[in-house]
Design a binder for this molecule. Structure first.
Ligand code: 5GP
Length: 200
């Protein structure tokens, strides 16, 4: 995704060798045109997978997930991180350690919105150690749903999450894979898709 890589290059801020800030288009302010293209790319990659539902986690997964849902014409469910007065009965829950907040929280989805009839595409903004994706997969499995794959906007390829998820047999599709954030520089993994862009 050239458009996404350009955006990360021009607006991404390296906060540390393991954390990238993309507040200007994904994590605080949202770029709807870019998210529309992100959603289209996920939809293209999973167009033949028979997806019936998209599952994400609040809050930063919602924008790319909704756009993918729009292109695939399926509903989008997001796991809640906080208890809500309106979300009380028949919950499916899992425990997730947050990479950015460095705390463990319980995430939940109402049983009403996921079932054994569903074939789920999990979507999130970042993939680091894979905890969020594993928590969402756990929820889908507890609901009896099948999991068609995991779509990630930005994977940090130098952390273990991607490899672990793939070793577990999940199909993981990441639109941008970052190789390193060392020395304040963002470098991307060379794929056949972006090698020309990187050579320019
Ligand atoms: P994981 O669960 O794979 O360790 O981390 C993924 C989750 O942590 C995502 O839901 C994302 O919100 C957050 N996250 C991980 N790394 C980063 C990062 O470098 N920047 C931002 N903004 N969020 C991140």
């Amino acid at each position: 995704m050239d458009m996404l890589i350009e955006k990360i290059k021009s607006e991404g801020v390296v906060l540390s060798p393991s954390v990238l800030k993309v507040d200007s288009f994904l994590n605080h302010q949202i770029d709807p045109k870019l998210m529309h293209e992100v959603g289209r790319d996920f939809a293209d990659r999973f167009s033949n997978s028979g997806i019936t539902k998209i599952l994400t986690i609040e809050s930063s997964g919602i924008a790319p997930a909704v756009m993918a849902g729009l292109h695939l014409n399926v509903p989008v469910v997001f796991a809640r991180k906080r208890k809500s007065l309106t979300l009380v009965n028949d919950l499916i829950t899992s425990t997730v350690y947050s990479f950015t907040k460095e705390e463990t929280s319980e995430i939940s989805v109402s049983k009403k919105y996921l079932s054994e009839k569903d074939n789920v595409l999990i979507i999130d903004d970042f993939l680091a150690n894979g905890q969020a994706a594993l928590g969402l997969a756990d929820i889908a499995e507890k609901a009896g749903s099948s999991i068609a794959g995991i779509g990630i906007v930005i994977e940090k390829g130098f952390l273990k999450g991607g490899q672990q998820l793939r070793e577990k047999g999940f199909r993981v599709e990441s639109l941008a894979i970052i190789d390193s954030l060392e020395n304040g520089m963002i470098s991307f993994e060379k794929t056949s898709e972006n090698v020309e862009e990187l050579l320019r």
